[in-house]
Write a protein that binds this ligand. Structure first.
Ligand SMILES: Nc1ncnc2c1ncn2[C@@H]1O[C@H](COP(=O)(O)OP(=O)(O)O)[C@@H](O)[C@H]1O
Ligand SMILES: [Mg+2]
Length: 259
C-alpha cells in the first residue's frame, strides 16, 4: 500500500511543485518507490522539474478520460529509477471528472509505490477537491508571509472537513537572518498561528530557483531531514538559525544585508 499525500497551499508560488519534486527525489534516492502526480497544470510544471517533459505520451487527463491505462502514462524520471511522474499537460480545472475517478486510477497502482505525492495547483477549485478526495494525508506548504499564512489557514479549515489521516505543515523559504532581525516570522510563530504539526522547514536557497537541488546545499539537507521524518525516523527539523549564530554568524548576517 502506498501513502497518498497531497501538497497544497492556497496561494501559488510558495514552493509546492519544487518540494514535490525534491522530496520525491530524496525519498527515491534512499530506496523508496515514488510516484509524483501533477494535479493540474501550473506555472512551474512538475514534468519540467523532474526532467520528463520530452518523454510525455499520455497524461493524467488521458487516464481519467479512459484513453489509456494509468501504467501507460507513468514516466520513469531519468533522475532515479525509483522516481515516476504522471504528468498533466492540459488544464484540468474545467474538466468534469470526479474525485472518485482519480481515486480509482490511483488505487490501481497502489501496490507499485511507497509514496504517491499529488502536486496541487494554486486555489481551491475543482482540481483541488479532486486531489484531496484521492489523498489520505495532506502537507500544507507555507511561506513566512502574512498572505501565505492566511491562505494556509483557510485551506487547513477546508482540509479538516475531509477524512484525512494527517495534516502537516512545511515552512518553505525561511531566512534565519531575517528571523533574527525580527523582519520575518519565525517557524514557532507560524506553527502557533496555524496550530497543526510541523513536518519540516526549508530555507530560502538560490539553488532551488532552477527547481532541483543537485549540489549538496542547505536545501538538500532540509529535504533529507523531511524524508526521514516522513518515514518516522527522526523528529528533527532543519536548523535555519544555525548559520547566523555566533561570531561568524553575525558576519554572515551583516553580509546578507549588503546583498
Ligand atoms: N526554498 C526555496 N528557496 C528559493 N526559491 C524557492 C524555494 N522554494 C521554491 N522556490 C522558487 O519559488 C518559485 C515558485 O515555486 P513553485 O514550486 O513553482 O511554487 P508553487 O508550486 O507553490 O506554485 C520557483 O521559482 C521556485 O524555484
Ligand atoms: Mg506548482
Amino acid at each position: 500500500m502506498s501513502r497518498k499525500i497531497i501538497l497544497t497551499s492556497g496561494k501559488g508560488g510558495v514552493g509546492k511543485t519544487t518540494i514535490t519534486a525534491n522530496l520525491g527525489l530524496s525519498l527515491a534516492k534512499s530506496g523508496h518507490r515514488v510516484l509524483l502526480i501533477d494535479g493540474d497544470i501550473g506555472l512551474n510544471n512538475l514534468d519540467v522539474i523532474a526532467s520528463v517533459e520530452s518523454l510525455i505520451t499520455f497524461d493524467l487527463i488521458d487516464v481519467l478520460n479512459g484513453k489509456c491505462r494509468i501504467k501507460q502514462a507513468l514516466i520513469e524520471s531519468p533522475l532515479s529509477n525509483n522516481l515516476f511522474v504522471l504528468p498533466c499537460a492540459h488544464s484540468l480545472s474545467n474538466v468534469e471528472i470526479s474525485g472518485q475517478k482519480l481515486k480509482e486510477a490511483i488505487s490501481s497502482v497502489d501496490g507499485l509505490f511507497d509514496f504517491i505525492f499529488i502536486d496541487c495547483p494554486a486555489g481551491i477549485d475543482l482540481s483541488f477537491h479532486r486531489a484531496v478526495s484521492a489523498s489520505e494525508e495532506a502537507i500544507i506548504v507555507v511561506n513566512p508571509s502574512i498572505a501565505s499564512i492566511r491562505d494556509a489557514d483557510k485551506v487547513i479549515g477546508i482540509l479538516k472537513s475531509y477524512n484525512l489521516s494527517s495534516i502537516k505543515l512545511i515552512i518553505n523559504k525561511i531566512r534565519g537572518d531575517l528571523v533574527l532581525s525580527k523582519d520575518m516570522y519565525s517557524a514557532e510563530e507560524i506553527v502557533s498561528t496555524l496550530k497543526i504539526p510541523l513536518l519540516g522547514i526549508i530555507p530560502e536557497d538560490d539553488e532551488l530557483l532552477n527547481g532541483l537541488v543537485e549540489a549538496p546545499t542547505e536545501a538538500e539537507k532540509a529535504f533529507k531531514i523531511i524524508a526521514k521524518t516522513l518515514n518516522g525516523k527522526t523528529e528533527k527539523y532543519y536548523d535555519y538559525l544555525k548559520k547566523y549564530n555566533g561570531f561568524w554568524g553575525s558576519i554572515r548576517k551583516e553580509l546578507k544585508k549588503l546583498l
